[in-house]
Ligand binder design. Structure first.
Ligand code: HXC
Length: 296
């Protein structure tokens, strides 16, 4: 789809995107690049990172890739440093790396739980912490008047509760908490904006392919408001936050899901509810609720 943003809205900025080799992370990298940013991507699988970088180069986007695992302290430090060395500064950190799998809570080992928290939650904090010195106002290579931006890709699993993803749900709830705490502390002290994007079901991503196989999908599709989003929708939200249009947005979690999280099963049709409502209204006017029946 054609972008509604001007092609230079993030011109001159440097972004580092974890999990940028595929899925939502790649699309964010692509759209930031198409709108003027230079992009570093980090991912665990070298061949995926390499082919993503080649694809970005095919759009003439200045891009570099690093293989690394956000669970490893030394990888996080190396990738942030290398990004700075390569591009001379860092303006935007996007934490899109995540891990998840379907499992009933009773079958999940503590190590399985820890693995996902280590990627999603601690990995996010680890990357933020390593990037701080470059993102803060007055940091090396920065325009001295402004701080940078962090975008944490989160989820909607913990809005209410979601079956069979207790680990990822807890991990993403903590990510949202990190987003708000850093928005407060680093917004105040370092002029860094920290925001989250919570995607709904996005077509052609691991979140849908791996976590919503057809057996589950056919049930979800029966919900009101249900439709797939596109990776593009999430990338446009990121672009808004990264552009000057988002300069006053800090500490927010943008839900980009078409309103899906609001949906509840409809028990009564529109027409039936109108009739019911009229009947109950008439009844309540004749005999108002809460009026004592006894005359004593
Ligand atoms: C039960 C499982 C399991 C499964 C792993 N484990 N898969 N337990 N069911 N299907 C357990 C293992 O038994 C082990 O615990 C522990 O988790 C670590 O497993 P490893 O395979 O050694 O870990 P690793 O190779 O590092 O793989 C990490 C991973 C894997 C998260 C487990 O799935 C992965 O790499 N995924 C990468 C990409 C990904 O998942 N993307 C989806 C993101 S979607 P024990 O006790 O046996 O040692 C997303 C969207 C969220 O985040 C919102 C959706 C709507």
């Amino acid at each position: 789809m054609e972008s509604p943003f001007k092609a230079d809205v993030v011109k001159g900025k440097v972004a580092l995107v974890t999990g940028g080799g595929s899925g939502i992370g790649y699309e964010i990298s692509l759209q930031l690049g198409k709108h003027g940013a230079s992009v570093a991507i980090m991912g665990r699988r070298k061949h995926v990172v390499d082919s993503a970088v080649a694809a970005l180069h095919s759009y003439s986007i200045p891009a570099i890739g690093f293989d690394g695992d956000v669970r490893k302290e030394e990888d996080a430090a190396r990738v942030v440093e290398s990004t700075f060395k390569h591009f001379g500064k860092l303006d935007i950190l996007v934490n899109a790396a995540a891990g998840n799998f379907l499992v009933p809570a009773e079958d999940l080992s503590p190590n399985g739980f820890r693995t996902v928290v280590d990627i999603d939650t601690i990995g996010t904090f680890r990357m933020c912490r390593e990037a701080l010195k470059y993102l803060k106002k007055g940091g090396p290579g920065r325009d001295p008047s402004t701080g940078g931006l962090i975008i944490n890709i989160t989820a909607l699993l913990h809005y209410g509760a979601t079956w069979y993803q207790i680990h990822a749900s807890a991990a993403k709830a903590a990510v949202d908490s990190i987003t708000r705490s850093l928005a407060l502390e680093w917004g105040t002290d370092h002029d860094i904006r920290v925001n989250g994007i919570a995607p709904g079901a996005i077509d052609d991503t691991a979140g849908v392919i791996k976590l919503a196989p057809e057996e589950i999908l056919s049930q979800i599709k029966q919900k009101p408001l249900y439709k797939f989003g596109e990776k593009w929708d999430i990338a446009m939200a990121a672009l808004y936050l990264a552009s000057d249009a988002g300069k006053f947005v800090n500490g927010t979690i943008m839900v980009v899901d078409g309103g899906q999280w609001l949906s509840r099963p409809r028990y009564v049709s529109n027409d039936a509810v109108k009739q019911l409502s009229r009947r109950e209204e008439i009844k309540s006017r004749v005999k108002p609720a809460g009026v004592p029946k006894s005359k004593l």
